[in-house]
Design a protein around this ligand. Structure first.
Ligand code: ZN
Length: 98
């Protein structure tokens, strides 16, 4: 199992309070070069301020593990105030499509 992302492979759901905590945690993981952030709807630090949220929509951030290249996605529904951490859809598609 990958040492860097092995603790992040379980899908889980979270609420708004946990989302803010995850944004801070992931920002540190990008800064210490555990993950690269490869796609986002807005910078991580913007997502931690409700003023920047789309009125009705979703915020996504995609990360790549620097060791094994696995992609992980943080998504948050700003209307339902519910989010999910999971393998990125692109990887899931690759697994099922090839
Ligand atoms: Zn990894």
């Amino acid at each position: 199992m990958c040492e860097k992302c092995g603790n992040f492979l379980e899908r889980f759901r979270f609420d708004e309070r946990e989302y803010f905590a995850l944004l801070g945690q992931l920002k540190r993981l990008v800064e210490n070069r555990t993950f690269d952030e490869v796609a986002d709807d807005m910078p991580l630090e913007f997502a931690s301020d409700r003023k920047n949220w789309p009125v009705e929509g979703h915020i996504h951030h995609v990360f790549v593990c620097r060791d094994c290249q696995r992609r992980l996605e943080l998504s948050f529904d700003t209307r339902r105030l519910a989010g999910m951490w999971d393998l990125a859809r692109a990887d899931a598609n690759e697994l099922s499509g090839r």
